[in-house]
Design a protein around this ligand. Sequence first.
Ligand code: FES
Ligand SMILES: [Fe+2]
Length: 343
Amino acid sequence: MTPDEALATDWWHLIAHETELASPGDWLRFDWPLGELVVTNDGGKLLAFDNVCPHRGGRFFDGPSGHGAAVCPYHAWRIKDGAVKVAQAARFKPCDLQRAVLNRYEVQRFGPWVFAGVAPRQTLADQLGDLAEALLSMGRDVERRTDLLAETWDCDWRVAVENALETYHVAPIHGTSLGTLGLTNEAWRLHGANSDYTADVGAARTARGLQAMGRFFETTAAHPGYRSVHVFPFAMVSSTFGYSSALQTFMPGEDGRDTRFTTRVLGARRAAGMEAPADAFLASSARMNRQVFEEDRAICERMSRRYDLDAPNRIFADNEGRVAHFADTLRSLAAAPAERRRA
Ligand code: FES
Ligand SMILES: [Fe+2]
């Protein structure tokens, strides 16, 4: 097993907010070290599985997200109630049909968040530890997804996650986007392998404008500023005043060289009669989100592949502490692979 495959296998993965899978037929698909991970709303129940048809390998779903029946396009086998329904079953030997099963994964909800696991080494509650409260508060007020972007970044996935874990790069890289918030009073905390970052919006006019937006939304639990949490290993959730949250996944591609990236904007419940201005704000959030990640993608793709991400003596500023923690966590996992698999 490669280190990326071990991470995919051993940990719970935050992959969705429940509003993205609210109706029967809703689905999401991710590229990751074990091939393709799919989660569907299968008649009201969430079902996660490897996107490979057990007949002859058709891929049930293509694209990042959609709505529709889970039908293999090749010979029309379908998935219903967690099982494979074989087309023209009389043509097969009964004993062969017993082997017509999906490679299913575990699904667990944590509040409104949806996690998938292959063979997680710990309970989801243990994995999240003290991060739980922040994560719950960030998902509680979400009404619906308002944007989704899925793309491949030509960089090591660790470069992409490390970049998302520090704000040292905000001024040079995001001068006209995230930088306009003037993040100040920054604080970060570690929670097991996870971490949490909060900051106030220091740009006075922007802060006043954001505060005034409160009347467009019904938020209950938001941090009054900017917050970003890393759900180890592959997911990040950020929020600005709780009006909009963004969920990112940075999954290693199957060959380990690139990053399979998704970002989703999740809008908070809109106050009655305020749908139009709320939607205008959410549309501008989606534009900002896309600009920020285009800037991140450009710098991540510019990083040298010769730089050693595993080196023990890397050079970090005081606002790169979460990067150091992430790198330390990966290094200690890599140092004890046999033990981890025995546990
Ligand atoms: S490969 Fe899926 S039905 Fe034949
Ligand atoms: Fe960035």
